[in-house]
Design a protein around this ligand. Structure first.
Ligand code: SIN
Ligand code: CO
Length: 401
């Protein structure tokens, strides 16, 4: 109705001149890609000094890694003081900088062609000459964007992924580089999971890693079980829990009680009845593990906020019912997470009070709505009320102009 947000067939400088569609078909989860000049003349708005300041903060997750060629050490932040730039062989990594800085969040969102369900965070590392985290592999895809100075990357598709023992960080026991490159600002290296890599700073260095998340089967199963458990609690009047607000209808047979009219007198009263064991297993078949349950779990879980997200509350929030609103944009805060499936809309770990209308889906995809504009004009009274509440909570910001 309102048009597509992204043209996935358009060649992108960010991907070295291929389209998002082609990248996904050829490289994603399959093979590494080196992109020279992915962001021409790139200069990130955060400097090395800004990252030094960021890792002093309690709300920023950070790690300091030092090595002497053989031994590796890791400390977790916050760090009031870091080694001087003149001391070689250290790096400090700040996790999820997108939660704390608008420009980093905007940079990360250039990768939304992979989908919000998979996009995780933007980590920024700074390093002195020789600094790095050691040869290792990650279980996730990553785009390594060089932001300042140079980094010497060596990569390998080796099968031997055994690690050095007794270390607090994962360092490969035998790393055998197959390819190497020196990355300069704006260059980027994409690596699928399990490709071994080692990035060593050449002088002062800053690297931005766009990371992805991929749940294990165990996490997905547990999530579905939690969602079922919340639905059952809601159906029994025992509260809603994270995944049952509002509840999804459960089969009425759930409330049927155990019967054993065919039971015989027991001479071993402490023994568990086999009938009860079988009936318990049979009862499980009544649970509908269907798309609405999976969508409920995933929508709520994937939009849940990390504990260190923080919303700035507008001092004088506007009222979207007003008829003479100033021109501007309604923009999702950098920390807000919004997804949808079918009629259900999820925001920041909740099911939204209004269904996912085309206008609200547009807000989720584009992360903003223009005022005035035809999408804004589509919003009904209830939707405006809901967005007013999001403005009050800082989930949504109004930017005039
Ligand atoms: C970095 O050192 O900035 C990147 C860490 C990595 O290789 O995953
Ligand atoms: Co890595």
């Amino acid at each position: 109705m309102f048009g597509q947000f992204m043209n996935i067939d358009q060649p992108l400088t960010l991907l070295g001149g291929i389209s998002a569609h082609e990248f996904m078909q050829t490289y994603w989860q399959r093979k590494p890609l080196l992109i020279r000049g992915a962001i021409p003349n790139f200069k990130h708005s955060l400097s090395i000094d800004n990252i030094r300041e960021l890792v002093t903060r309690e709300e920023v997750e950070s790690r300091l890694i030092t090595h002497d060629g053989e031994d590796w050490e890791m400390e977790t932040g916050p760090f009031d003081e870091l080694p001087p730039a003149s001391q070689p062989n250290w790096t400090v990594l700040a996790q999820s900088v997108d939660l704390h800085d608008d420009n980093t969040a905007a940079l990360m969102r250039q990768f939304r062609f992979i989908g919000d369900a998979r996009l995780d965070d933007a980590m920024i590392s700074i390093a002195s000459d020789g600094g790095g985290v050691g040869p290792h592999f990650d279980s996730y895809d990553v785009f390594l964007l060089q932001a300042h100075g140079k980094r010497h990357w060596r990569i390998s598709q080796q099968k031997d992924l055994s690690l050095l023992p007794d270390l607090s960080l994962k360092v490969l026991r035998h790393f055998q580089a197959e390819e190497e490159y020196v990355l300069e600002p704006g260059d980027m290296l994409y690596l699928p999971p399990h490709v071994a890599h080692d990035g060593i700073a050449i002088g002062d260095c800053m690297t931005i890693s766009i990371g992805f998340r991929s749940p294990t089967q165990a996490t997905l199963i547990r999530g579905l079980m939690d969602a079922v458990s919340d639905q059952l609690a809601a159906a029994s009047g025992e509260g809603f829990g994270l995944y049952a607000d509002p509840p999804i209808a459960m089969p009425e047979t759930m409330q049927n009680r155990y019967t054993d009219s065919d039971a015989i007198a027991s001479s071993t009263p402490a023994a568990l009845p086999e009938n009860l064991i079988q009936k318990s297993l049979e009862a499980l078949h009544a649970v509908r593990f269907d798309e609405s349950l999976a969508s409920r779990f995933l929508g709520v879980w994937l939009t849940e906020l990390p504990s260190n997200s923080w919303f700035d509350i507008a001092e004088e929030p506007i009222d979207l019912h007003d008829t003479d609103l100033p021109a501007g944009r309604l923009v999702l805060d950098r920390c807000s997470r919004m997804m949808y499936r079918g009629d259900e809309l999820y925001i920041n770990g909740e099911v939204a009070s209004c269904p996912a209308s085309p206008a609200l889906k547009q807000l989720a995809d584009q992360r903003e709505i223009q005022i005035p504009g035809n999408v804004f004009a589509e919003l009904d009274e209830d939707e405006r009320e809901m967005l007013n509440a999001w403005l009050d909570d800082g989930w949504l910001q109004f930017l005039e102009g």
